[in-house]
Design a protein around this ligand. Structure first.
Ligand code: XBP
Ligand code: MG
Length: 257
């Protein structure tokens, strides 16, 4: 029944928020002559808002020196976002954003087991390309049967649009896919599209319970615990066989209910 893994990118493939986006936002503030800086605790709060431009606009609402006029504010957010993305691409190309443990392994194992891969991310295409090119080379799109990013799905997570579009492009039903996410907004988006979701908690969401997930782990090479509703044993790490077992049990339980 399981035919595809649908991967989130930020926080799931890599700690891009810690190692890339936050640093690049602060560089962009400086480059545009603004005194604003996002420290780690403030950025953790701001991650509740998905989308870099949306995050900037949200923060400007509490910045006394942000433009009062809505059109000016929007233009500033667009300029800052473009500058941030330029800087993020440089950071990614420098190799300073490693893949999280187990990501390359699970991609390989799932491909060998005959599963397809897709991407469902709220990040912009340039950022996705910068990160993936660094790790998989210019041929990276050939690894994925479908790639859906911010430009394709403008209504951002927790809205399910990005996941519905990925399923559509894969020509699959929700019960044929499994999503891999790191955040509450990501889990909500995939769940609202009807997709069972493995959560690999990123740093900003460490210790959160993610009760609606199929299974939860701290990274793909660490022990994973299935949902308490599945009554299954923990696995030593995330692998394709175990995902298939949990996924089958998840859907059997739902279809029986
Ligand atoms: C990722 C995001 C993005 C990134 C920055 O969320 O919310 O906004 O923080 O990328 P998810 P952009 O992992 O749930 O997809 O600046 O390109 O928006
Ligand atoms: Mg994420």
């Amino acid at each position: 029944m399981l035919a595809a893994l649908i991967w989130d990118v930020d926080g799931t493939f890599a700690e891009t928020e810690r190692d890339g986006h936050r640093i690049a936002f602060n560089e962009a503030f400086e480059a545009l002559g603004l005194a604003w800086r996002w420290d780690v605790p403030r950025y953790a709060e701001l991650l509740r808002v998905t989308g870099g431009r949306e995050r900037l606009l949200h923060d400007m609402a509490s910045q006394p020196d942000a433009p009062a006029d809505a059109a000016e504010r929007s233009a500033l957010a667009a300029a800052l976002h473009a500058e941030k993305n330029r800087r993020y691409a440089l950071i990614a190309a420098s190799g300073r954003i490693p893949l999280r443990p187990g990501v390359a392994r699970l991609l390989r194992e799932a491909t060998a087991a005959g599963l397809q891969h897709a991407i469902a991310t709220t990040t912009s295409r340039v950022n996705l390309d910068a990160l993936m090119r660094q790790h998989f080379g210019a041929v990276w799109p050939s690894l994925f049967a479908a790639v859906v990013c911010a430009e394709d799905a403008p209504v951002k997570k927790p809205d399910p649009q990005v996941y519905r579009m990925a399923l559509d492009r894969l020509s699959l039903d929700p019960e044929e896919a499994l999503a891999i996410e790191d955040s509450p907004n990501g889990l909500a988006a995939a769940s609202a599209a009807g997709i069972a979701t493995l959560v690999t908690r990123s740093l900003n969401f460490a210790g959160q319970p993610f009760e609606d997930a199929l299974a939860v782990c701290d990274d793909l090479d660490s022990p994973a615990a299935p949902s308490s509703r599945l009554l299954g044993a923990r696995s030593a790490r995330v692998d394709v066989a175990q995902l298939g077992v949990w996924h089958g049990a998840w859907w059997r339980e739902r279809l029986a209910a």
